[in-house]
Design a protein around this ligand. Sequence first.
Ligand code: ASP
Length: 319
Amino acid sequence: MTTATRPSPPKGGFNARRLIGVDDLSDAEIHFLLELAEHYAGYLRRAAPAPRRLAGKTQINLFYEDSTRTNMSFELAGKKLGADVLVVPVAASSVNKGEGYIDTSQTLAAMSADVMVLRANEKGLHETLDEVLNCIVINAGDGVREHPTQALLDAAAIASEFKKLEGLTIAICGDIRHSRVAGSDARLFTRLGAHVRFVGPAELMPPADEFSAVERCDRLSDGLDGADIVMGLRMQFERMGDGGAEAAKGYYDKFGLTHETIKLAKPAAKIMHPGPMNRGVEIDGALADDPERSIILRQVFYGVAMRMACLDALLTKGE
Ligand code: ASP
């Protein structure tokens, strides 16, 4: 699937002025981003320079939590489109002198920022900064709440394999309770017409009143039955102050994703994982590395293409 010609923005324009959660986007905007990401994927595959549509724009990556994929792919995405990209070295910044989130962000935004790509765990911080800063805010991971660009890149990777998400059964397995990826994926995939399942022990499930459109399975055999996509999640030990670590014990024996357990899904089912993976904790390394099964590195590839699409659409309205 390659979009050789640039897709037209949705009728009425690309109007989203921030990307904090999946629901900041209309259905038409989501479809546009998927097409635009595929368009940029074409440049990346051909190693061809992309149009410098963001020349003269300033992008600031401010990450208060660790990141490899998201931070680096946003940096690369901005640079490929010609933006001036500043990746803030938080560990060596005035944050260590006690400067707060808002002062730091306002200081950086005053350097003529057009977009701030922010990862932070503070509830409501992204929304507050969207109000006080004179630039676009993109959420690059927000505690356990949202990681919208991960969901968009996951959808792009799935669409590259299956053409569309509509009608697919997608099993998201593991530590769902502490995963912002699971939440954003579930919101986006159900909007795109997929049937989503959360699979794992009860202790690692989100509260019962959340995600009413998602089926819940506490046995791997039920969760993987008929699945087209099986997504593993990392045990997010850094967020487990509530007994989750206890639940994680013995997880691999019951829910580990291996060449054997994947047989419970459809014969052509594909494996995904947002990374970082913990091999032997939630997934067997041999399965993760199996090119017949795994599209994990394709997710990383689409991370750059989708973040190019998001930066372009938000900063230029896609015109
Ligand atoms: N990289 C993803 C995130 O930032 C998943 C993870 O950390 O396990 O949420």
